[in-house]
Every structure is written in structure tokens, then in C-alpha cells.
Design a protein around this ligand. Structure first.
Ligand code: SF4
Length: 427
């Protein structure tokens, strides 16, 4: 039997798609590209904006047209929202039972009756989806948390993925050791709201990380992203004393204007955000801080956008992920009457992206002449690429020691890259 997968949306969705693909492969299914004929087409849907939902529907119709006899299985956030526009799908699998995807495919093959699995009870347990197959043989991902209780006014995730829940700490340790033994020198702990890990176990994220570092031989641990309100003093102290934790924090900002942050239902002010990153930098001077930003939130004025731009420069981020605000049905922000003209949103996003490019260059240049810890990855066209602990992309002409962190000297910034001189010593 052949299957194909199309993944839309965030990295967590991509991770889950790979986990389900691993399960199918383990049961003897053969993966083919999405464009090719298959017995089952799996679409990992996204609901983050109306556009993302529309794209999920488009992929469903495309798959049906291209492969009329294929089983169409729609999985994830948009399936869970279930707005009645995915009725053509044979299987709708929401956010709670992705681990059983293979079972539902087999059920459909036997009965040919539509399947809907959309229960998402408040107390739904964490589903441990794991794989050890990643495109990049250096960096593995492990999803340790799902769901969100925060209800930011623009976001549909708490409805699509349900309440917060986490992988139990012992399973995390086992999985980290398994991935490390499989040869991954770096693991990224990921989730929807990773900083809220472990509430049900009374084990905060820093406690989990401490255990991982003590009980496994993992060489580098990275955290995908963390909210500013969740970076505790204990977390900073642990990072400071543990060089195996990557010196990079991605801390969503979303706006550099207090009125907009308030309207977004984000639980901090710009002063609080700034004070915290300054404290982090004081304790861990070699840390990189990056962020997410939304431009053109309803009601955002030109002055407020200008204030945001000034704040971005002041924070000296190492890079930004910029998203023009995009309405999502059934969220408070989408119901507002003061939506911003799409051209203005785009223009503001382009301005923020230009600031990001300038900040990224400044940040990269600030590392020239310094030593850094790099894990080398792929070799292409005579150049080897890798990332420093700060997630700074670097290149060298080699030869290199791959598969473990090594010290390098960062020589010069050229053509948007930092050139490194590879040493042979272990980090
Ligand atoms: S913290 Fe806010 S933006 Fe992030 S998933 Fe939760 S509700 Fe959405």
C-alpha cells in the first residue's frame, strides 16, 4: 500500500506528520511524493489563519481530483475546528488521536465508511508521538508539550489543539536518550507552548532540562521557543551553568506597543519584556535572542508601528519571524471593525523584515574574530554548513569533525554568511 503526505503550517505539524509517516512505514506502507498516485493521501491541516484553512481545503480537492480512488485523510488543527467544509474527506482526524492514524486507515479500508474522530475533551491526555527519522541527521525534534490555555485574541490554537498537556518526564528522558544513541548530537524540545511544560507533573521545564542533562549523554539541547513570562530565575541560572543548553532563546514578542499587546491579550508590557531580556543577557552574555512579530493587528496606527520598529532595534534581536496579521474566524481580533488595509499590513511587514535583516547582519558581524561552538551539518558545493550554539549559520571549506560540537574561529562576514576556521578540538 502506498501513502503520501502533505504538510501545511507550523513545525509541530511537520513533526507530527513525520511521526505518523514513521508509523505507516513501520507497518509496511510505502511513502510516495504527494503528487503521485497513492492508496491514501494524508493532509496535515492548518487553521492558524483563514488563508491556511483555505489552503487545507484546496489540497483536499486537489488530492481528490488527482487521485479519485485514494483515501483522503485530513488531520490536525483545521480538521478539529470542523467548520463543515471538509465533508468530502473520508477520514477527519482532529488533534487528539493522531497516534491511531494507521488504525483508522485500516478501518476505512475494511468498511469504506466515513470516519470522524474529533473528540477533544478538556482532560485529553498527552499523545507521545515520536520518530527518529529527520531530514537533518544532526538535529532531532521531540514534542514534549501540546495545547495552550492562553487565548491570545488573534489565535485559534487553544480551540484547535485543546488545553495544555505534556509528555511525562520519564518518557522524555527515554526518548532523548534514544535519539542521542541514534546519533543526533542536538535535540530541540518543542511544543505549542513549551514553556508551560509539566504543570500536571509539578515538573517545570528547567527541572526537566536538568534531568535530561544529568541522565542522558545528549551533547546539545535547544528549546524551540519560550514566552518571556515563563523564563524564571531558576531557568536563567540553569542555562548560565550548563553549556550544553544552546545559547539561543526565541521569545515571541508580537508587538512593541503596550496598547496592542493588551489588545492581543499578551501577558506582559514592553518594559517587562525589555527588562527580562536585559537580565538574561547580563547573566548569559553570549546568548542570542530572537522573536516573532505580527504587523497590522486591528487598530494598529502608524505611530504604534513606528514604536514597534524602534523597540525591535532597541532589543537588538538576532533575527525576527515577521507575520502580517491575518484574521482567523471565531477569534476576538477577527470580529473587530478596525481591520488594517492589507497593503498597509504588507508594507509594515516588509519594514519589520528589513529591520530583521539589518539586525541579523549586525549580530553575525559581532561574532567575527570570536570563538564559537558549532555542529557541522551538510556539505554542498565544497562548503560545509553548520549552526553555532546561538543558531548563527556558519560555513567553512573544511575538513571538519561532524556529529559533535567543535570549537571554531569565526573569521569574517561575507555574502550573508559567517566564514569559520574549523579546529579539530572537541568543544
Ligand atoms: S500563546 Fe497565544 S499565540 Fe501562542 S498558541 Fe497560545 S494562544 Fe496562540
Amino acid at each position: 500500500m502506498k501513502f503520501s503526505i502533505c504538510n501545511l503550517g507550523c513545525k509541530v505539524n511537520a513533526y507530527e506528520a513525520e511521526c505518523v509517516a514513521s508509523d505507516l512505514t513501520a507497518q509496511g506502507w510505502l511513502r510516495v511524493p504527494f503528487e503521485e498516485p497513492a492508496d491514501a493521501s494524508l493532509i496535515f491541516t492548518c487553521a492558524v489563519t483563514n488563508m491556511a484553512a483555505q489552503k487545507s481545503r484546496k489540497m483536499m480537492h486537489q488530492a481528490r481530483r488527482r487521485n479519485p480512488d485514494s483515501i483522503i485523510m485530513m488531520v490536525g488543527c483545521y480538521s478539529q475546528i470542523n467548520d463543515g467544509r471538509l465533508e468530502d474527506a473520508d477520514i477527519l482526524l482532529g488533534s487528539a488521536h493522531k497516534k491511531d492514524a494507521v488504525k483508522y486507515l485500516n478501518e476505512f479500508l475494511q468498511n469504506h465508511e466515513k470516519i470522524r474522530v474529533l473528540d477533544l475533551a478538556a482532560e485529553v491526555p498527552f499523545e507521545p508521538l515520536v520518530t527518529d527519522t529527520f531530514e537533518n541527521r544532526t538535529r532531532a525534534f521531540l514534542k514534549i508539550q501540546d495545547g495552550c490555555n492562553q487565548f491570545c485574541s488573534y489565535c485559534v490554537i487553544p480551540y484547535a489543539r485543546g488545553r495544555e498537556r505534556s509528555m511525562d518526564p520519564d518518557t522524555v528522558i527515554q526518548q532523548v536518550q534514544r535519539l542521542s544513541s541514534a546519533g543526533y548530537p542536538e535535540i530541540v524540545l518543542t511544543g505549542i507552548h513549551t514553556g508551560r511544560y509539566g504543570k500536571e507533573y509539578g515538573v517545570p521545564l528547567e527541572e526537566l532540562i536538568r534531568r535530561i542533562l544529568q541522565e542522558t549523554d545528549l551533547q546539545r539541547l535547544r528549546i524551540s521557543s519560550i514566552e518571556i513570562t515563563e523564563i524564571t530565575d531558576a531557568f536563567i541560572a540553569l542555562m548560565k551553568n550548563e553549556p550544553r543548553i544552546a545559547r539561543h532563546l526565541h521569545i515571541p514578542l508580537q508587538s512593541g506597543c503596550d496598547r496592542i499587546l493588551h489588545d492581543m491579550n499578551r501577558p506582559y508590557t514592553t518594559d517587562e519584556y525589555y527588562a527580562r531580556i536585559m537580565q538574561i543577557r547580563k547573566e548569559i552574555p553570549d546568548i542570542a535572542v530572537s522573536c516573532d512579530l505580527i504587523t497590522g493587528f486591528p487598530g494598529e496606527t502608524d505611530e504604534e508601528h513606528a514604536a514597534t520598529c524602534a523597540f525591535l532595534r532597541r532589543c537588538e534581536f538576532s533575527f525576527l519571524h515577521v507575520f502580517p496579521y491575518s484574521a482567523r474566524e471565531n477569534t476576538p481580533a477577527a470580529a473587530r471593525k478596525d481591520q488594517i488595509d492589507p497593503r498597509v499590513k504588507k508594507k509594515r511587514a516588509a519594514e519589520a523584515a528589513a529591520i530583521s535583516a539589518a539586525l541579523a547582519e549586525n549580530y553575525a558581524r559581532s561574532w567575527t574574530g570570536r570563538e564559537a561552538s558549532v555542529i557541522w551539518e551538510e556539505e554542498k558545493d565544497g562548503f560545509v554548513r553548520g549552526y553555532t550554539s546561538q543558531y548563527l549559520p556558519v560555513i567553512t571549506t573544511g575538513p571538519v569533525q561532524a556529529g559533535r560540537p567543535v570549537k571554531v574561529l569565526l573569521k569574517e562576514y561575507r555574502d550573508k554568511s559567517v566564514f569559520a576556521e574549523a579546529y579539530d578540538e572537541t568543544d
